[in-house]
Design a protein around this ligand. Structure first.
Ligand code: ZN
Length: 116
């Protein structure tokens, strides 16, 4: 499934970062997902939960921020929330401004250096 592959590569990046910062545990991951990226947040959430088991990101909270699509028609201006790359007003092919994002925005880690 699409989301499984995405969760997998997401976890790979998270693992790399965790290693880089000497993190013992990843507690929170915030990602941006564009409305036109084709990702179903619930499915990604589920895949992440399953795949993160036993790893550094086990139990981490995955926060998915959905970015609405924005397109610009050179005649009619900017439209938000359209599902296609076509101007809803005149039907012309529009330019995509945002909505295909799929990126890690931030993550929180525990370095194990403090706490009880
Ligand atoms: Zn237009």
């Amino acid at each position: 499934m699409h989301e499984t592959a995405i969760a997998q590569s997401l976890l790979e990046i998270v693992k790399e970062q965790a290693l880089l910062y000497g993190a013992k545990k990843v507690t929170r991951i915030r990602i941006k997902v564009g409305a036109l990226s084709g990702v179903v947040p619930e499915a990604l959430q589920f895949a992440f939960e399953v795949l993160s088991r036993g790893g550094v990101a086990e139990g981490a909270r995955l926060e998915i921020e959905e970015v609405p699509s924005r397109i610009r028609c050179e005649d009619c201006g900017v439209f938000e929330g359209t599902p296609f790359l076509v101007c809803p007003n005149c039907g012309k092919l529009a330019e995509l401004l945002s909505g295909r994002e799929l990126e890690i925005e931030s993550m929180e880690i525990e370095d194990g250096g403090e706490g009880s």
